[in-house]
Design a protein around this ligand. Structure first.
Ligand SMILES: NC(=O)c1ccc[n+]([C@@H]2O[C@H](COP(=O)([O-])OP(=O)(O)OC[C@H]3O[C@@H](n4cnc5c(N)ncnc54)[C@H](OP(=O)(O)O)[C@@H]3O)[C@@H](O)[C@H]2O)c1
Length: 264
């Protein structure tokens, strides 16, 4: 890159921790300037770490479950060309559906689905007009199975896994690619935040490394691939899910996610 060439510009949501922070790091190492967003003030700390890698980094602190929060992020783009949009913000919620607080369940839906597609509706239009760009959505292998004891969360990820491919095909001739990253259980703040630390999956000591998961997704995005499941074990699980009856998958999920199903 010559000193006069502007650096490419990437937007990463949910970049304060976990997979999103690692995605933002990969963008920074690859020469992108960044606009990063999350809900809590820790996004400012995350920006400091990313600036140390040489990137120009702006932050937006907003609840991306709300249209107003997404509007704040869109306003911060300020008409710039978008080279990459990594829509990764999301969270889970454990427990039996009828025992969940409905406002919390709705926040999962509003963050993972409504906020995500509202952001895409705004920014992917800009990218289509540009005639180029890369989009990465963080879906999940959870979207491939009924989420007994995480029913709303798995439903949101089934939506994202499906939506991603549909949008990809609608944008086929546009120069914009859409990639879906489908991680399995990954060692981030996810399970703590979802109230799932007393479950088998929450206590699994062999969760994937978020840096490796992010790299898998980032490389697939750069190549413009349709989707990628992170990790061999998850690839096998995804392949198995495709040929296993839903009832069996729902039972298997119950075993992994039942509250109190882990070690006391
Ligand atoms: N960990 C796993 O096992 C796993 C597996 C498959 C898919 N995923 C997906 O991977 C993505 C990243 O999760 P993670 O595992 O890296 O968990 P994480 O460490 O908890 O990171 C989640 C990120 O999303 C942000 N976020 C959540 N809700 C938000 C909201 N309403 N508005 C703005 N920002 C919000 C969080 O910021 P704040 O803290 O500021 O809210 C944080 O930056 C999620 O979409 C998740 O569903 C995770």
């Amino acid at each position: 890159m010559s000193p006069t060439t502007p650096r490419p510009f990437a937007i990463v949501t949910g970049a304060s921790s976990g997979i999103g922070y690692e995605l933002a790091k990969l963008c920074a190492e690859d020469g992108y300037d960044l606009l990063i967003a999350a809900d809590q003030p820790s996004i400012v700390e995350a920006a400091q770490g990313l600036r140390a890698l040489g990137a120009g980094v702006e932050t937006v602190q907003a609840d991306l479950a709300t249209l107003e929060g997404v509007d704040t992020l869109v306003a911060a783009v300020a008409g710039r060309q978008i080279d990459a949009l990594l829509a990764n913000a999301g969270h889970g919620l454990g427990g039996a559906f009828l025992d969940q607080d409905f406002a919390e369940a709705r926040h999962v839906l509003d963050t993972n689905v409504t906020g995500t597609i509202y952001l895409l509706h705004k920014l992917a239009r800009t990218m289509r007009d540009q005639g180029r760009g890369r989009i990465l959505l963080t879906g999940s292998i959870a979207g491939l199975m009924p989420g007994t004891y995480a029913a709303v969360y798995n439903g949101t990820k089934a939506f994202i896994d499906s939506f991603s491919f549909a949008l990809r095909h609608e944008l086929e001739e546009s120069g914009v690619t859409v990639t879906c990253l489908m991680p399995g259980p990954t060692d981030t703040e996810f399970f703590d935040r979802a109230g799932m630390t007393d479950t088998k999956v929450g206590q699994d000591q062999k969760k994937d490394d978020p840096a490796a998961v992010a790299r898998t997704g980032y490389e697939a995005m750069k190549k413009g691939e349709g989707d990628v499941v992170a990790g061999l074990k998850n690839k096998l699980q995804a392949a198995m899910a495709a040929v296993t009856p839903q009832g069996v998958l729902a039972d298997m999920h119950a075993d992994m996610a039942r509250p109190g199903g882990g070690k006391a």
